[in-house]
Write a protein that binds this ligand. Structure first.
Ligand SMILES: [Zn+2]
Length: 625
């Protein structure tokens, strides 16, 4: 019999860890086997202030059980999943059916080891179009891959759920109603699921500027309620006019010289902090686009970053006055990449720096020597964001000269960029290389702003991300081989060679519109990618039975992916050859294919997002019917 003990005063996280350990071991072991394990959360046996740490000592010296001790409650759960992996379990994707739980004998249980997370912040931020189940599955998977944080963007994740239930961009799925009230109700369940696992919860971010203008801003939708007259004076003045930036409140900046706008902003943040005591990190960001700054005489006398720092100081004063200890995350991106000239944060301990190199290339990893690069000159409403990794690094270093508190990267490998890497092997390696450099960048972690449904052809990038954040020196090539063995068994090497080749042939930058559209090299590479997929057909189909049933979901998804890459590569080839009409026509075929199949392969490919990216960034157009 398997018995897992814990202290009578243990938190719900430790109780949950015990339930998980019991449930998995019961599936793995002979029921006649006797095993007693105790779980304990005890910071005193670890170095003070250490990142998530744990010790595992099971069946050592012939004992009939043992102990798992974590430096905090969450670490106990992390330790349980880590030990299960040690025993051969594999949590391959944020999809419940995609895990491997082996049957093992008593002789395999022995383990004595200790681990400490390499970084403090290890998380994912919601993007794309997601069902309720997608989000719950994702939260459940996070600690299994070593993560400790989840970020629900905006004040509620309505935008992401509504995109899914309305089946935006998929004409073959029937729209289902999903309201803001539904999002409020579901958000409580997401937070409970996160807290049950001891995850750190991040909230808000964009949307504040829209709220200051009187719009309930839980998405990037255009402003429906006309509050424009009442709050027009708070809007940024651009080209002599104060109005919503392209009609979108979340993208509209304010006139931060206006005391009324700053007052309203600070009041909204303070109220939200007061009402959300369980939130660990509150994100205070400005508008979500660039070249939209106020051009009034007073705003032009200073910089956006100086105004931002003053706003953050005002928020800090109000939180302090109310005795609220809420940590505030401030954002370096778009115009805020340029550091403030005069203003400084008065209470730096309140704040965490978040560096978001949103415009970077993903062809390569971060370039640390970029700190030597000079900052580009700032021209109000005429900035071009840095693609170059050196320039991005120079901005970070400039901010770090005036803010020495803790910080993390907020990056986008699985938000847009990944659609340009057909094999997912390249992006997984870039992720690993990036995360290993965080120390040298003076940052303590990584939050990935990403589609939750990003497992196409498999979830290797997300897997490598979690494991590298937890153990930055984990041998990545071994991790990749181990992942492939778990998914594709005896043909693991053949699949890895095939997907590595697709990675080499494809281009993150091309799909994301960061290079010239006409490109003979890309056209040739796309032709080769099609050939490569066609040549691999036989290997994949060996894993399908005569009745059509697949050996496993991994093979079935790989075949679906193979067909998708053929259609996608043909589209890009036409585009790179300069034949827009052909490209649009071939894109139509790709769209039909993935929209019709979305229901069947829902957790693996976010159809909304790949279509949004190919339309808005790659440059493909819907044909007039
Ligand atoms: Zn102004």
């Amino acid at each position: 019999m398997i018995e897992v003990h814990y202290n009578a005063k243990a938190s719900e996280v430790v109780v949950f860890a015990a339930e998980e350990l019991t449930a998995y071991l019961e599936r793995m072991l002979d029921p006649a086997l006797d095993l007693e394990i105790s779980l304990d959360s005890d910071s005193s046996v670890f170095a003070a202030g250490c990142n998530d740490s744990f010790r595992v000592r099971i069946c050592a010296d012939g004992e009939n059980g043992g102990t798992i001790v974590g430096s905090n409650d969450r670490s106990v759960l992390l330790a349980v999943y880590d030990y299960l992996q040690y025993l051969g379990c594999r949590f391959l994707m944020p999809v419940r059916i995609c895990e491997i739980v082996p049957r093992i004998g008593r002789e395999h249980l022995a383990a004595v080891y200790e681990k400490q997370a390499s970084y403090f912040h290890r998380g994912v931020c919601i993007e794309g179009a997601d069902s309720f189940e997608n989000i719950m599955d994702y939260i459940a998977w996070l600690p299994k891959a070593g993560f400790n944080s989840f970020f629900l963007q905006f004040k509620s994740p309505y935008a992401f759920l509504h995109r899914w239930y309305s089946h935006e961009r998929n004409p073959y799925a029937e729209e289902e109603p999903y309201t803001q009230e539904d999002a409020q109700r579901d958000m409580v369940l997401f937070e409970q699921a996160a807290k049950k696992r001891g995850l750190l919860v991040h909230k808000a971010g964009h949307g504040w500027t829209g709220e200051v203008l009187g719009y309930q801003t839980v998405s990037w939708d255009t402003g429906a309620e006309p509050n424009e007259e009442q709050y027009r004076h708070r809007m940024a003045m651009i080209g002599g006019r104060r109005e919503l930036f392209h009609g979108i409140p979340a993208n509209t900046n304010l006139c931060y010289h206006n005391g009324d706008a700053v007052d309203a902003f600070a009041a909204l943040v303070t109220k939200y902090a007061r009402e959300n005591p369980y939130m660990d990190y509150l994100h205070v960001w400005l508008a979500d686009t660039h070249n939209n700054l106020c051009e009034c005489e007073d705003c032009c006398k200073t910089t956006l970053s100086d105004q931002y720092v003053e706003l953050l100081n005002e928020i800090d004063r109000r939180l302090t006055q109310e005795g609220l200890k809420t940590r505030i995350v401030f954002l370096l991106y778009q115009e805020l990449l340029w550091p403030p000239e005069v203003s400084r944060l008065e209470n730096p301990d309140r704040f965490v720096l978040m560096f978001a190199p949103i415009s970077r290339t993903f062809e390569k990893s971060y370039e640390l020597d970029g700190a030597q690069t000079a900052l580009p000159e700032f021209h109000r409403n005429q900035v071009t964001l840095p693609v170059n990794l050196g320039e991005n690094m120079a901005f970070l270093r400039a901010w770090q000269k005036i803010f020495t508190g803790s910080g993390f990267v907020y990056d986008y490998p699985l938000g847009r960029a990944h659609y340009g890497d057909f094999g997912y092997v390249h992006i997984a390696r870039v992720l690993n290389a990036d995360i290993r450099k965080l120390d040298e960048m003076g940052l303590d972690g990584y939050i990935s702003c990403q589609e939750l449904r990003a497992a196409f052809p498999n979830a290797l990038p997300n897997y490598v991300m979690g494991h590298t954040l937890f153990q930055k020196n984990c041998p990545v090539e071994e991790l990749i081989r181990e992942y492939y063995r778990a998914c594709y068994d005896a043909d693991a090497k053949a699949v890895l060679d095939y997907l590595s080749r697709l990675s080499e042939l494809s281009s993150c930058d091309y799909v994301n519109g960061k290079s010239a559209r006409c490109d003979a090299d890309i056209a040739a590479r796309m032709e080769e990618a099609v050939r490569c997929c066609e040549a691999f057909a036989e290997t994949v189909r060996r894993h399908q039975g005569e009745d059509g049933a697949w050996e496993s979901i991994y093979w079935e998804v790989l075949e679906y992916h193979r067909n998708y890459v053929i259609l996608f590569a043909r589209t890009l080839k036409a585009l790179a050859e300069g034949d827009q009409a052909q490209a649009d026509q071939k894109w139509e075929i790709l769209r039909e294919y993935i929209c019709k199949n979305e229901e069947k392969y829902q957790p693996y490919l976010d159809v909304y997002r790949v279509l949004e990216v190919t339309q808005n960034y790659t440059g493909l157009h819907r044909q007039k019917s």
